[in-house]
Design a protein around this ligand. Structure first.
Ligand SMILES: [Zn+2]
Length: 422
C-alpha cells in the first residue's frame, strides 16, 4: 500500500524546495515528490501522514567520524585528562593516553551511544572509523548505513602484515549491520610509506573502500616533507618509534599519498586543510571526495580547508563531525551551522546542504538509497519541527543556522521511524 507524507516544506536537495510538499512512497521506495495538490490527486487510496508545520528532507550523512569515541569526554575526565590539549600533537598524545586507560569492553557501549546520537541528530549514514574491531557488534540490527572502516597504523612492515591479515579475515564478513566494511590507514605520519602502499594494493584487490586523515595540520606537512617538527620530536618518542623516523619525502602529504597509490575514488579523504592548488588538482584528477571537518579543525587550531580551491578544481566536498575527542557533538546539523559562519559565506547554504547529504551519500556508496528525495530511492527521510517555521525563501539559510539538531522529530530509514522506540 502507498503512503503519502505531507509537510509544509519539503527539501529534495537535488531539486528546488517545495512549499506544501508531498512524498509518495510505495513498497518501500519513493514513487513521487511534488506538491500536496498534485500528489494527493494522483494517489487516491494512499494512507496519509501529515507532519504539519514541518520540514521534510533527506537524512544527513556524517562522512567522517569515530563513533567508538562517543564516551571520550567522560573517559578523559575519569583519567584525569579532562583539560583540553593546546595544539595538534598535544591532542594526539592526549587521545592516546585516554584510549590506553580505557577498558576494551567500554568501546562497544560507547559506539552504541554514538549510533543513537547520530539518529537523534537526523543522521542516516556514516563513514565511521573503528580501532577496536569487536565493538562492530554494536552495528548489528541498526538501520544506520554507510562504511565502517577498520583502522590500522604503524611503521613496522612485519606487524603491518599481521594486522592486515586479521583485517582481511574480518572483511570476509562484508558488512557490520548494514555498513560495508573497509580499511582506514590512519594518516601519512602514522603509517609508513611501504605499509600504505601495501594497504592500498590490498584494498584494491579486495574491492573495499578506504579512508585516510590527510593534510590535516602544518605539523603533518613538515613531518612528511622534511621529517621534522613536533610529530618527530614528541609523538615518535611517545610511542617508541624514535628509530623509525622516515627520510624526508620532499613531497606534500597529498603528493606522498598519491605516490603510495592512495588517490582513488574509493578512498575518502578527511580534512584536507594544508593543501595548495596542485594538491587540489591531484584530488580532482583522482576523483577523490574530501570530507571537511571544520569544528575539529577549529578546535585543534590546524587552519581552514581552502574551499574555493576545491571548488575551482572540481573536488566534491562532504561533511563530517569527526569524534567527540575533537568536536562538541555528533550532529551534522551543528557542523553545517558552524561551517556556515566559520567560512564566512564561502560555502553557500545550498552547497552545505549538498555536502551534508547527497555528496556524502555518493562518497559512501549509498546514493541509490538516500541523500536526496527523488523517485526510485528508499523511504529514507527526516522531519524537522521548528517552533516557528522560517519564510519559504529563507529556508536554506535557516537550515544552516544553529538549533536545527534539537528540532529533528522523525528519522525514517527503510520506512521506519528509528526515533520511535518500541
Ligand atoms: Zn578523524
Amino acid at each position: 500500500m502507498a503512503t503519502l507524507f505531507l509537510s509544509r516544506y519539503l527539501v529534495p536537495v537535488s531539486s528546488a524546495p517545495i512549499e506544501d510538499g508531498a512524498l509518495l512512497v510505495s513498497e518501500g521506495r519513493i514513487v513521487g515528490v511534488g506538491s500536496r495538490r498534485e500528489l494527493t490527486a494522483a494517489s487516491s487510496g494512499a494512507a496519509v501522514v501529515d507532519f504539519g508545520d514541518a520540514i521534510l528532507l533527506p537524512p544527513l550523512v556524517n562522512a567522517h567520524t569515530h563513533l567508538e569515541l562517543t564516551h571520550f569526554p567522560r573517559w578523559a575526565q575519569k583519567a584525569g585528562q579532562g583539560d583540553g590539549p593546546t595544539g595538534f600533537v598535544d591532542w594526539i598524545l592526549h587521545v592516546i593516553r585516554v584510549k590506553r586507560a580505557v577498558a576494551l569492553e567500554l568501546f562497544e557501549p560507547s559506539l552504541a551511544a554514538g549510533i543513537e546520537a547520530s539518529f537523534a541528530a537526523g543522521t542516516g549514514a556514516v563513514g565511521d572509523i573503528l580501532s577496536y574491531f569487536p565493538a562492530r557488534q554494536a552495528y548489528v540490527n541498526t538501520a544506520l548505513r554507510g562504511h565502517l572502516y577498520l583502522e590500522t597504523l604503524g611503521r613496522e612492515p612485519s606487524i603491518g602484515r599481521k594486522v592486515l591479515a586479521r583485517i582481511g579475515g574480518l572483511l570476509d564478513e562484508k558488512r557490520a549491520g548494514q555498513l560495508k566494511l573497509g580499511i582506514a590507514p590512519h594518516s601519512p605520519y602514522s603509517v609508513s610509506g611501504e605499509y600504505l602502499e601495501h594497504i592500498f594494493d590490498f584494498a584494491r584487490r579486495r574491492k573495499v573502500p578506504t579512508t585516510l586523515h590527510l593534510a590535516e595540520s602544518p605539523e603533518e606537512t613538515s613531518f612528511v616533507h622534511d621529517s621534522s617538527g613536533p610529530l618527530k620530536e614528541q609523538l615518535y618518542p611517545f610511542v617508541g618509534w624514535e628509530s623509525m623516523v622516515p627520510p624526508p619525502t620532499r613531497r606534500s602529504p597529498v603528493a606522498f599519498v598519491e605516490a603510495c597509490g592512495g588517490l582513488v575514488p574509493s578512498c575518502l579523504l578527511a580534512h584536507g586543510v594544508q593543501v595548495d592548488a596542485s594538491d587540489a588538482g591531484r584530488l580532482a584528477r583522482a576523483g577523490s571526495t574530501l570530507v571537511c571537518c571544520p569544528r575539529s579543525n577549529a578546535r585543534l587550531g590546524v587552519g581552514k580547508a581552502p574551499v574555493e580551491l576545491y571548488r575551482q578544481a572540481g573536488v566534491p566536498l562532504a561533511l563530517g563531525t569527526d569524534s567527540l575527542a575533537s568536536s562538541d557533538s555528533l550532529s551534522v546539523w551543528d557542523e553545517m551551522a558552524f561551517a556556515h559562519s566559520w567560512f564566512e559565506g564561502r560555502l553557500a547554504p545550498s552547497e552545505l546542504l549538498a555536502m551534508a547529504t547527497i555528496n556524502g551519500a555518493r562518497a559512501l556508496g549509498v546514493a541509490a538509497d538516500l541523500g536526496e528525495l527523488k523517485a526510485g530511492l528508499g523511504c529514507n527521510f527526516q522531519v524537522l519541527t521548528p517552533a516557528v517555521l522560517p519564510a519559504f525563501n529563507d529556508l536554506e539559510r535557516f537550515l544552516c543556522s544553529p538549533g536545527r539538531s534539537a528540532e529533528v522529530s522523525a528519522l525514517f530509514l527503510d520506512s521506519w521511524d528509528v526515533l520511535q522506540k518500541g
